[in-house]
Write a protein that binds this ligand. Structure first.
Ligand code: ZN
Length: 304
């Protein structure tokens, strides 16, 4: 018997998959615009260890991670480095996968790129628009948070609390906390990357919708575990619940929400914005010997 701490209920619960011994797990993957730091590594190593233990305990696990390869950060960085956004995204994706390999993270069955799921994303946005949960403005398509009564159930906040903390509401939105599903952007040139056609004009998806479009594709509207760093609970995971439960009409979207804590440096969270981070790359450069110790635990190691 496995017990998990479920963020949704704030309790340890006995783990029971929806279907027999099959576990469908999704963990939010990286935005590939730079090297990943060891705070990210902590999350991915934690979930890899969890999957390892589940497999050891007799479960069959299908583990999907998304690769965010169409974010504004990628466009900005590509612009700074005078390279193509897609080329930049592929370069850092490769580095990420290499880092994971060197850390012995090896149980992800599928890395799903956002750019390869645009039709699924558009389809899900279309359902939300048709059902009245989303609306179009001059700037894009937004999820109307006031239409989804359960908004805030994972982070335990109500709408008023949530909106107090929002800054800079876009004047075209109905509520300050409404979030973008589709961002309208002009296509300036034919060969321009990261711009797609949609029923709402050219543009690109918002960040939250890629995960639920991907999980619906591989798992359907309900699955077992969703994981990620603590900082993703709000707004990212709240938005995911709203999108999936509103579009499918089924709840819960996932049975168990698992979140990893922060890696702290001198009492502060390791983060890119604070500049207090060590990349996985730097760590492995400095401590290359350590890796050979980890290989002891790899199931592929031959017994001498
Ligand atoms: Zn995510």
């Amino acid at each position: 018997m496995i017990k998990l701490y479920n963020t949704m209920t704030r309790r340890k619960e006995i783990f029971e998959p929806i279907e027999g011994n099959k576990v469908r797990l999704f963990v939010c993957g990286p935005t590939v615009y730079d090297y990943s730091h060891i705070g990210h590594a902590r999350t991915y190593i934690s979930f890899d260890v969890i999957v390892r233990y589940m497999k050891y305990s007799g479960y069959s696990v299908f583990y999907v991670q998304n690769i965010t390869d169409l974010d504004d950060k990628i466009l900005k960085r590509a612009d700074e480095l005078e390279t193509s956004p897609l080329e930049l995204a592929r370069r850092y994706e490769e580095k990420y996968l290499r880092d994971m390999e060197l850390l012995g993270v090896e149980h992800v069955n599928l890395y799903a790129r956002a750019t390869e799921h645009i039709p699924e994303i558009i389809k899900q946005i279309g359902v939300l628009v048709d059902k009245g949960y989303a609306y179009e403005t001059d700037n894009g398509v937004y999820f109307d948070e006031s239409k989804f009564k359960d908004f805030g159930k994972l982070s335990n906040r109500n709408l008023e609390d949530l909106n107090v903390h929002r800054i800079g509401p876009d004047s075209s939105k109905r509520n300050p906390g409404d979030f973008a599903l589709w961002k309208k952007r002009e296509r300036i040139s034919e060969e321009q990357e990261m711009i797609w056609d949609s029923p709402w004009g050219t543009g690109r998806p918002g960040w939250h919708i890629e995960d639920t479009a991907i999980t619906e594709t591989y798992f359907g509207p309900q699955y077992d575990i969703h994981g990620g760093g603590l900082d993703l609970i709000f707004p990212h995971h709240e938005a995911e619940i709203a999108q999936m439960e509103a579009s499918s009409g089924k709840k819960p979207m996932v049975r168990y929400w698992m979140h990893t804590g922060f890696l702290n440096v001198k009492g502060e969270k390791m983060s890119k914005s604070l500049g207090n981070f060590i990349t996985i790359n730097e760590l492995l450069d400095e401590y290359p010997q350590k890796y050979s110790d980890f290989s002891y635990f790899r199931p592929t190691t031959e017994v001498q």
